[in-house]
Design a protein around this ligand. Structure first.
Ligand SMILES: NC(=O)c1ccc[n+]([C@@H]2O[C@H](COP(=O)([O-])OP(=O)(O)OC[C@H]3O[C@@H](n4cnc5c(N)ncnc54)[C@H](O)[C@@H]3O)[C@@H](O)[C@H]2O)c1
Length: 288
């Protein structure tokens, strides 16, 4: 967000007194969201699995990464509850929410951001690859929102935001399980929007295109985009990523996604619920 805006002083602390929970907050988009809301005055609940998952072909975040997020949040003057929690564990998510309510007296905004990707054509997907993807990217969102929804509803104000993907808006070769999970997360969030309508709580989805994080900057992903090259580098795949969207952007910055999330979380978005906001560098324009 621009700091040269005339009302930046006001906007800079516009989430003061609020508590924002972010899953998958140890790095990437989740960290960007956590730090920006801290900058805007909110206390932060930052969770992450902090461990690798066997079917995922790149390393996930570490406890050190989560500790770094905490440092960055606290540097903004915010309080931070940073805890290891796997979104696949529904009871653990309820515990984290209970701890957050105990510490901060409630939660106002929840960003169900934790996610993973792997790839294979549908006929080659193993049961394990399929179930892991559905467990993290769909059931994980369910566990998170199910635990938080009663807390925000009780307060009469809240913002539930699911991070899905442009890969959940259309079929994509090699991403059948990812598309199914993200598509499901959209349906789940839209349903919650209807069930919570009139309570002061909104539920929306942000569908991102390619974002510059460890999820896309790893050898497995580079090889998917450049199967003809041996050990392709970031610079070698840049052009191939760029061809995926009309703007020719290889990857957006996590801050671009954070800006949209902040907007959906703001009081100004009180009539925005059940929406999917697509940040796909023009890909939406090609969709029916
Ligand atoms: N990067 C992209 O191009 C892209 C594109 C579309 C959608 N997305 C979505 O954006 C979200 C954020 O991803 P990112 O780009 O920041 O990637 P990332 O890999 O940097 O961050 C994802 C975070 O989620 C955590 N995580 C993974 N499994 C977890 C689990 N079971 N429980 C708790 N935490 C878990 C990881 O440790 C990591 O810190 C994901 O939902 C992803 O699917 C990303």
């Amino acid at each position: 967000m621009s700091t040269d805006h005339p009302d930046s002083q006001f906007r800079a602390r516009d989430f003061a007194g609020r508590t924002v929970m972010v899953t998958g907050a140890a790095r990437g988009q989740g960290r960007s969201h956590a730090v920006e809301f801290a900058r805007r005055g909110a206390d932060i609940v930052a969770t992450d699995v902090c461990a690798d998952i066997d079917t995922i072909p790149y390393p996930l975040a570490t406890a050190y990464d989560l500790a770094q997020t905490r440092v960055l949040v606290e540097r903004e003057g915010a309080r931070c509850l940073a805890v290891t929690a796997d979104v696949r564990d529904g009871e653990r998510m309820r515990e984290v929410v209970a701890d957050a309510v105990h510490l901060f007296s409630g939660i106002d905004v929840c960003i169900a951001n934790a996610g993973v990707v792997s790839f294979a054509p549908v006929v080659e997907l193993t049961d394990h690859q399929w179930s892991t993807m559905l467990d993290v990217d769909l059931t994980g969102v369910f566990h998170t929102l199910r635990a938080v929804a009663p807390v925000v509803t009780a307060r009469g104000w809240g913002r539930l935001i699911t991070i899905a993907s442009m890969g959940g808006r259309a079929g994509t070769p090699n991403l059948g399980h990812y598309a199914a999970a993200k598509w499901g997360a959209i349906g789940l969030t839209k349903t919650l929007a209807l069930e919570l309508a009139g309570t002061g709580v909104t539920a929306n989805v942000v569908c991102t295109g390619t974002v510059s994080t460890a999820m896309v900057h790893n050898p497995a992903m580079y090889s998917l985009f450049a199967p003809d090259m041996e050990a392709p580098t970031r610079e070698q795949v840049r052009g191939r990523y760029a061809r995926l969207n009309p703007l020719g952007t290889p990857w957006t910055d996590p801050a671009d996604i954070t800006a949209a999330v902040v907007n959906l979380a703001s009081p100004a978005a009180r009539h925005v619920t059940g929406e999917t906001l697509e940040i796909g560098a023009g890909v939406s324009a090609r969709m029916p």
